[in-house]
Structure formats: structure tokens, C-alpha cells
Design a protein around this ligand. Sequence first.
Ligand SMILES: [Zn+2]
Length: 271
Amino acid sequence: MDMSILDGRDGLRKIITQVAEVAGYLWEKGWAERNGGNITVNVTEWVDEQMRGMKALGEPKAIGAVLPHLKGCWFYCKGTQKRMRDLARDPMGNGSIIRMTEDCAHYEIVADGPVAPTSELPSHLSVHDWLLAKGSPYRASLHTHPIELVALTHAQKWMEKDVATRMLWSMIPETKAFCPRGLGMVPYMLPSSVALAEATIRTLAEDYDVVMWEKHGVFAVDTDIMSAFDQVDVLNKAAQIYIAARNMGFEPEGMTDAQLRELSDVFGLPK
Ligand SMILES: [Zn+2]
């Protein structure tokens, strides 16, 4: 059995095992065709002295941005061109642990093998930089293609601010309880573009944990990857209920404004 950086590091292993579990769910749900989707997790909390002394597996690579709040940070990143269904079985063979270099403009791969991180790394790291800058406890970011949520964005009506949020929240009470900031909307932009990364951060900053990329997918952040997945899962479930009602031939009533307000009052929700 080959050595892994996870050996003897139960905290780090737990985080990576959780990433693998979520990757499996993404595949099972049909949200992760081919190499679709991305996961990055800030694992700095689990880094020990011995890890800091480890040699890099190659030269530092430029990120294309200076991200000063990531000084000394380490991340687990899905590998470029890797599949979620493979990552579910073998997270360290289909992703890697990287660390930022001192200049905050480069990263280097440390373990387990030289698996190059996703091409979406600059945008994911920009989000992590922004999260740390504002003192957020969020450490995980997820990009995936939830079928019913993406389908919604093919009608402009649902792209208007908080129209989809209102509908989704009104399908079952748990949606608002467990995705209490709703779904932010980002108009179509080229995948991997700087413009999309900037619009994503701008929309997260409007106080959303999950943002929708029109005709593409979602980008979600939370304390850990399971929580980020759960927020997307409850939203997509609500979309499925809406569609089920429409398929039965009627427009669902939805919970009333008073019922939604009551939830926020009783459970102390932010919106
Ligand atoms: Zn995508």
C-alpha cells in the first residue's frame, strides 16, 4: 500500500473522506457527468509541522492573481479532467493537496501525487480569499450541475432576483430552514472566465451561500463540503416538487408569505 499524506492524520482524512462521499452523491444524482463539477476545501486547519516541511512535487504554478488572504493556506482540489465518480472511490488519486507559496500568487502540489488541480482553481481560490478576508468560517466550495435547478434558468422569469428563491422556499418549509439565504442569480457568462468568477463573488456578497450560473450550474459555499452539498440538495428537491406539481397539471400554490415569515421568526433565519 502506497503512503498517503492522510496516513496518521485522522482530521485531514475525515475531511477528504467527506469530499469523496459528496463526490459519490453528485454522481448518483446525475449532477456530475464526465468531469463536470469542482470541489475545493481549505484544509489549513489540519496542517501540521511535518506537512509544512514537505517538499513540493514540482515547480510552483502561477494562479494568475495575487490572493493575500490565502497566505499560508492549504487546499484539497479536485484534479483537472478528473471525474467525480472516480474521486468518490479514490480522492487522492483524482485530486491533490496544494499549498500557497509565500508570494500568494503561486501554488505547489504537495500530495499524494502530481495531480494538477482543476482549471477552475483561480476562481475557487478567489472565492476562498474573499471568504477569509471577511472573516467567514466557510471552508468549502462546490460547483455542480443540478438538473432541475439548471432547467429553471432557461426561462428569464426565474433569473430575476429572488423569484426562484421565493418559489423554492415555498415548496416545503425545510427549504428555507436549510438554505436560509436563498439562491443568487448570475447571468450567463463563459465558463472559467474572470468575469464569471467576479460575478460569483459579487452575488455571494449580496448574502447568498448558493449562486446559480444561468444555463450551467450552481456554486455553493459553506463550512464544509457536506453542508455546501446539503444546501444545493434542498434547493434542487424543491425544484423537483415544483416540477412534479406542474406535471400533475397545475401551478403549485406554495406556502404563503405569512407562513414563510413565521419560519424566519420562529427559527431566527437571516431572511
Ligand atoms: Zn460546470
